[in-house]
Every structure is written in C-alpha cells, then in structure tokens.
Design a binder for this molecule. Structure first.
Ligand code: GLN
Ligand code: ZN
Length: 787
C-alpha cells in the first residue's frame, strides 16, 4: 500500500489568467456561454492532469468556480437571493450561469465597469449598480487570506433544493476522463456561518435542519456517481466558535453521514480547541493544516480515532516557498510509523491561494527560482513526500536534494543581512516614540503649517488615466526610456497640482501616478523583494492580484518617493503631503518569508520607511501620510492572538513615523468601517491625523472614536469614492456637522474616504469642488458662531 496523496483544491484562473480574460469577454458580450464553458472544461482537465501526472491518489473536483466557490455552493443549494432569481418560473427552477453572475456582480452584468469593487482593504462595498434594485451580494474576505467570497444571505423562510448540477457534472467529467475523483464540498456549518441574516430576529443556525436535507441529497447523488471519499471543508473549526456552533456539528454530521466517506477538512489555524468534539463526529478522517499550525500535530495524532485517516496538510498551500521536504519527512516519519496507511499527505489548504506555475517565470534567477514552488510544483511536493514516507529510496534522496536550496538559503548573507539585523537589535520602546506628545506637536504644527479650521485634503491617489497606464506599460516594455517616463510622470504631477490649486484644497498630494499599486511600488524600490511576471492569485471573481515576495532582509538603498514629493512641493506654496505605504500593509499584501516571523519582516520595513520619513522631512515635506489600510485584516483568526499582533503592528508603524520632528505632521489612512475592536490600537499609533471611511455609515463610525475619546485629529471620509455619484455640497455639510457633534471642530479634517485612482477627473473635480465649498461654508458658520 502506498500513502494516499491529494490536494485540497487547485487554482482555477489558469496559468495565464485565461479564466479572467474569458469571463470578461463573456460579460462584455463578445463570446457566448458555450465558449466560456469550453474554457472551464479545458482548465479543469488541465488541473486534473497535473494531479494525475504527479501520481496523486485523487483528482480533486468541485474546486472549480465561475466566480467564487461559496457562490457555487449557494447555487448548488438552490439558495439564490430572491432579487436575483429571475422572473419566470423556468428561470427560478433552472438558474443559469447568468443568475450566478448576477449574484456576484449585480444586475447590470453586461457592463464590465460595474463589477463590484472590494474596498482597498477587502471590506464590503456595495455594487455600483445597486440602484437598480438587484445589488450584488456582499463580498468579504475568506478568513485571513486576500481572497474574497460572496456572502450567503439567509432569511427565516429559506429553503434549499439541489438544483444546480455543476458539481455532479464536473465529477462525471473527471470520471469520464479516467480520474479517481475526490469531490470537495463546503460543509453545512461553514456555509451557514460565513453567511449573514438579512432579516431581523432570527438565527441562521435555525436553518440547519433544512440545509442538512439538501446535503444528504448531494452526498447521496455523489455516492451514486461512484464517489468513495468526499472532502468536506469546515474551515470555521479553526476559529474560536461559540458552543452553539460547535455543538451543532454533531447533529449535522449524524444526519449527513452514511453515503460516502467524509474527510473533514480544516485549515488556516489549529483545531485543538474543538478537537474533543471533532473526534466524536461520525466521519472517516480529519485534515489539519500543518503549515499554519504545526504545533497541533502531536495532540491530533494522539486523539485520532482508530479507524480514521489523518490528512496531514504538510505543503503550504498559500505561500510561494519550496517545501523543506527533508524536514517534513523527518517530522512525519513517526506519524507514518504509527498510522501506516491511515496517514495521508496533502497541501495545507486549497492551492487557490498560490500562483499557478513557477516554470513560466523565465526572468527569475536560478537561485531565486530554486527557493519557490507554485501550485503545480506543490502538487509534485505532495507526491514526493508521500513516496518518501513509503520508504522509496529514490524519493528519499530526491527530498534531500530538493531541500538543499532552502537549507543553503538559511545561512546566505545576501538573505540574512547582518547590517539589517543589527538595526533590528536597536529597537527599544523609546525608538518608537515621537519626541513630543500630541498636544505639543499639534501646537508646533499649527504654527508651521498655517492651515485653516477644517482643512481639506485627499487620501493620495488621483485618477489613473488611460494615458498613465499606456506610458507605464511603454516604459515596462522598453518603449519609453526612464528619462522619458519620468518626464511624463512629472507632467501628471504638475497637472494634479494645478487642478488641486484651482480647487483650492488646503493640503495637496502628488497623485501617485508613478504607482501601479501602493504596495508593489515599494516592493520594487526596496532591496529584499522579488516580483514575478505570472504570480497571479485570485482575489475575487475575475480579479487577480500579483503580490510581491519578500525573499531577503529588507533594506532601503535609496529614497523612494522624495523626488516626486519634492517636485510636487516645488510647484506650489501650499503644503504637499508625502505619501508612504505602512509596514503592516506592505506585509499583509505580499508573500512573506517563512524563515523569519511576520513581526521581524514588518520591523525591517519599518526601518526602511523611517529613513524615508527622515529624508522627506529634510527635503522640506512637512506632512507625511503613512497608509495602513490593511492593519485590521492582518488580525489573526483567533481573538486570543490579537493582542500580540496588534502590539507589534502598532510598534512597527510607530517606528516608521517616529523619525518625524514634532512639527512634521504624520497622517495615516484606513478605509473600513469596523474600528470598535481595534480602536485602542488605532489611537496607539499616535498619528497626528487619521483619515477613515465613514460616509456610508453616515458618520456612525465616529461613535467608536467619540466613545474612546480619541485624542488626535480625524478626517472622516465625507463621500464614497467607490461610487461615481457626486456628493452635493449640502450632503457634505450635513455629514461634517454630524462629525462635529462627535469630534471637536479643531480636530476635524475634510476628505474623501479613500484614494481617487479608480475615478475619472470629471467626477473627481466635481466632487472635490463640493467638498471645498462645503468646508468654506461651514468655516464661516463656525467662526462667526465663535465670534
Ligand atoms: N494613498 C492610497 C491611495 O490614495 C491609499 C489607498 C488605500 O487606502 N488602499 O490610493
Ligand atoms: Zn483607503
């Protein structure tokens, strides 16, 4: 007998993002459904062949999704929100792909522009087509990843009815192609938990019995197709669940057991909190994530029921690093000795979160390439580790050889740089503190900056016009020289400054025309990062991101933003705000190293930014914004781990900012609306000014700041930049008045709720005109009231 090997899922976007491009063609009406479906089938078959070629024991099916796998589950369960179900009985009974896209994208699905935008921080923005009465369902982050799922909507009278054949069709398709199939299904409790009630006064858990009937039907159908094992994902088991939820597992699995063998899969954190309950379930095996939580292995092995399999998620499914197979072999050998064939080897989670194929990266150096493994390579790792555990001598040797680059990397001084580490060792509490407390700084700043009451500003980026994009791509492909590109960028900066002066804003920005992305720009300018050409991972729907990779200790070799900011400042007598991305956000939106902690990487970034702050201020920039939109999403899954994370995250921000003199004003920006949990950490950042998102909650959010007695200045976003709607002057006046009820006017700023790069100039100028006139009117009112 050989060790069973499998993965929890494979990326569906295609190695060159084929799914993205084909979906978008379909949405634009350029191709029909049959062409789209043809590509889906091609992608699935390709993915199964990767698994078969590597000799995995199973080909995983049911991991393909046209938009999102939670949305697929919604369709599978016949649980489409009523507003999307379609008019005719026929449409209701037989939803079609367009129904699915309507739930994900809103009604006007032929317009690609109307595709939902998540917030920059992955929150829950409504669709731009919300006005037509069939707004897309909400979208939110999938646990602590940068993937977003479509949130299921629950009402009291919901019923479930297996009507969407995709899963069964795809299982059949794989069987026809000759594969041994293991379907994957999102479990009933996770499906319920990840959704939300859209009706007051009921608990979605009360829908469980009805939902289970649908799951029974699904599993019976799979069994009829000849399926032996089903992978049933219950990732919520890695959270800190209320008893009510934990206890529901027993009932649920008693009801749905029987037709097929169930492998209960958990990932992203440890399950030892609920292990005693898990081992009581009538199932046939458990999968645990050993990349995220290796410490749970012993306990799980000890408590594992005798007839269960243990699927060891040994190969990290959500990072780009080559596995140290020799070390894994050593770790798992005793488990193999104990469990024999009941030990399975797997990826830690679905490979959905990994880029697809390292082989496409032709420009990486051989050394760097030998450090990485993308999805396709991870499949091979799973297989090789399985073979080595079976005692195959060639495989054991191959593991040894395969691990060498990763082992060599540990002592490479171009990776672990003594000078960077020496600096990290200088960190003290004092290093992270500004030299004066806020009140003193505020007094200095008001003298130096000469700003009016209720100063106006923007959050950083201005419209990324077609022209900018064309120039950037010409530069990247060598059609524009660096000098020509820089001249072009300066042109955009000059244009942005001119427009802001005409608008009469108080604190200007240079507009970020040089940045394709707020993290990638810094990754490209700092030593220690590697960028890739095809390292895309799905973010939501057809949208993909290509995070940079931290490969070595991070160093700033030269100033990164000073030239742009000082050029912009030279064009105006108003204050120009420098613009940096904070250390925590850079960490959260890149692939981190695994050989040092997230904290250490963030501290290295903090020093690089600290030096940039010094250089900006020495070059005459008096206001510097350090964006941290990702600080909240970096929170660990378990609440008990929050405090530790927040402590080092806050410290890293402060280390970045603390080289600022008292008279230099530090801003930060966060764009989401749930601050309650982290308000004390937000205050602890001690930024002089924070700009936040508040417009859509009608300034409700400011309550958290008011109740906390937030001490520093706040710029509550007065309009939603994700919408093309132009806010009126009255609307803005009204919001600012509401804000002033909660925050003293002397500490209030006026600004949009995020950067403007996704808007066009017409919308931008119209909105900002109203913003400026609203503040002028209010200033008059408030100043005369005082007099
Ligand atoms: N300064 C950035 C911008 O304006 C901030 C973006 C964000 O919050 N994600 O684009
Ligand atoms: Zn923002």
């Amino acid at each position: 007998m050989t060790t069973t090997t499998h993965i929890l899922g494979y990326p569906r976007i295609g190695e060159k993002r084929e799914l993205k491009f084909t979906l978008e063609k379909y949405w634009r009406g350029e191709i029909g459904q049959s062409e789209l479906k043809q590509l889906g089938s091609e992608l699935r078959n390709r993915n199964w062949n990767v698994q078969a070629d590597a000799n995995l024991s199973f080909a995983t099916a049911g991991d393909f999704a046209w938009y999102d796998h939670v949305l697929t589950t919604t369709l599978l369960l016949g649980h489409v929100p009523k507003r999307h179900a379609g008019g005719s009985e026929e449409e209701k009974a037989f939803p079609d792909l367009d129904t699915l896209f309507r739930v994900g994208r809103g009604q006007s699905q032929t317009q690609i522009q109307s595709q939902k935008q998540p917030t920059c921080c992955g929150g829950k923005h409504g669709s731009e087509s919300a006005q037509d009465g069939a707004a897309a369902s909400d979208m939110t982050k999938w646990f602590n990843t940068n993937y977003h799922y479509i949130v299921p909507e629950f009402s009291k009278d919901d019923s479930f009815d297996v009507s969407w054949p995709q899963l069964f069709d795809e299982v059949n398709e794989a069987i026809q192609a000759g594969h041994k199939v293991k379907p994957v299904l999102l479990g009933p409790l996770s499906y319920l938990y990840l959704g939300k009630e859209v009706e007051e006064g009921f608990d979605r858990l009360s829908l469980l019995p009805r939902l289970l009937t649908a799951y029974q039907a699904i599993l019976a159908k799979l069994s009829k197709l000849g399926v032996e094992w089903v992978q049933i994902d219950e990732p919520i088991l890695a959270l800190e669940l209320d008893n009510q939820w934990v206890d529901s597992f027993k009932l649920a699995y008693q009801v749905i057991q029987g037709d097929v063998k169930l492998l209960l899969t958990t990932y992203f954190d440890s399950v030892t909190d609920t292990l005693d309950k898990i081992v009581d379930l009538p199932i046939n095996g458990l999968h645990i994530d050993l990349a995220a939580a290796p410490q749970q292995l012993d306990e799980v092995v000890n408590k594992l029921p005798e007839d269960w399999v243990l699927s060891a998620g040994a190969i990290n499914g959500r990072n780009v690093w080559r596995a140290d197979l020799a070390a894994q072999l050593e770790l798992l050998q005793p488990v193999k000795d104990k469990l024999g064939d009941k030990l399975w080897i797997a990826s830690s989670c679905s490979l959905l979160h990994s880029p697809v194929d390292l082989e496409l990266e032709e420009t990486l150096s051989e050394e760097v390439k030998s450090w990485f493994a993308f999805a396709k390579q991870k499949v091979t790792e799973v297989s090789l580790l399985g073979a080595a555990l079976d005692g195959d001598q060639n495989a054991i040797l191959a593991c040894e050889t395969y691990s060498q680059p990763i082992v060599a990397r540990k002592s490479a001084t171009h990776v672990n740089k003594p000078q960077v580490q020496a600096r990290i060792n200088t960190i003290t509490k004092a290093l992270a503190e500004r030299t004066a407390p806020y009140a003193e700084r505020a007094a200095h700043q008001s003298e130096v900056l000469g700003l009016p009451l209720l100063p106006t500003t923007t959050v950083g980026s201005f419209p990324q016009t077609g022209e900018i994009r064309v120039q950037r791509s010409a530069y990247r492909t060598g059609k524009l020289s660096e000098a020509e590109y820089n001249t072009a960028l300066k042109g955009h900066i000059a244009d942005a400054v001119k427009r802001q002066e005409a608008l009469d804003l108080d604190v200007l920005v240079h507009g970020e025309a040089e940045r394709n992305d707020m993290v990638e720009y810094f990754a490209e300018n700092l030593a220690g990062f590697q960028t890739t050409k095809f390292g895309w991972v799905q973010s939501y729907g057809s949208r993909c991101v290509k995070p940079a990779i931290v490969v070595a200790d991070i160093e700033r070799e030269k100033p990164m933003t000073v030239e742009w900011s000082t050029y912009a400042q030279s064009l105006t007598s108003k204050q120009m705000k420098g613009m940096l991305t904070g250390p925590v956000t850079i960490l959260c939106w890149t692939f981190p190293r695994e050989d040092i902690s997230r904290k250490e990487i963030t501290n290295q970034l903090a020093f690089a930014l600290r030096d940039e702050v010094s250089d900006l201020q020495d070059a005459g920039i008096n206001i510097i914004q350090i964006d941290e939109p990702a600080i909240r999403e970096g929170l660990p899954l378990k609440k008990r781990d929050h405090a530790e994370y927040l402590e080092w995250a806050v410290d890293a921000f402060k280390i970045s900012a603390a080289s600022a003199k008292p008279e230099t004003q530090i801003h930060t920006h966060m764009c989401y609306s749930e601050f309650n949990e982290i308000i004390d950490s937000v205050a602890a950042l001690d930024a002089d000014v924070i700009t936040i998102e508040t417009s859509r909650s009608n300034m409700e959010l400011l309550k958290a700041f008011e109740e906390f007695n937030y001490p520093n200045a706040i710029g509550p976003g007065v309009y939603d930049i994700h919408s093309p709607n132009i806010p009126s002057e009255e609307w803005i006046v009204d919001l600012l008045k509401k804000a002033a009820e909660k925050i003293p006017a002397e500490r209030l700023w006026a600004n949009p709720d995020c950067g403007l790069k996704t808007r066009n100039w017409v919308e931008t100028e119209a909105a900002l005109t109203n913003l400026v006139s609203a503040t002028k009117a209010l200033r008059k009112e408030w100043e005369s009231a005082e007099a």
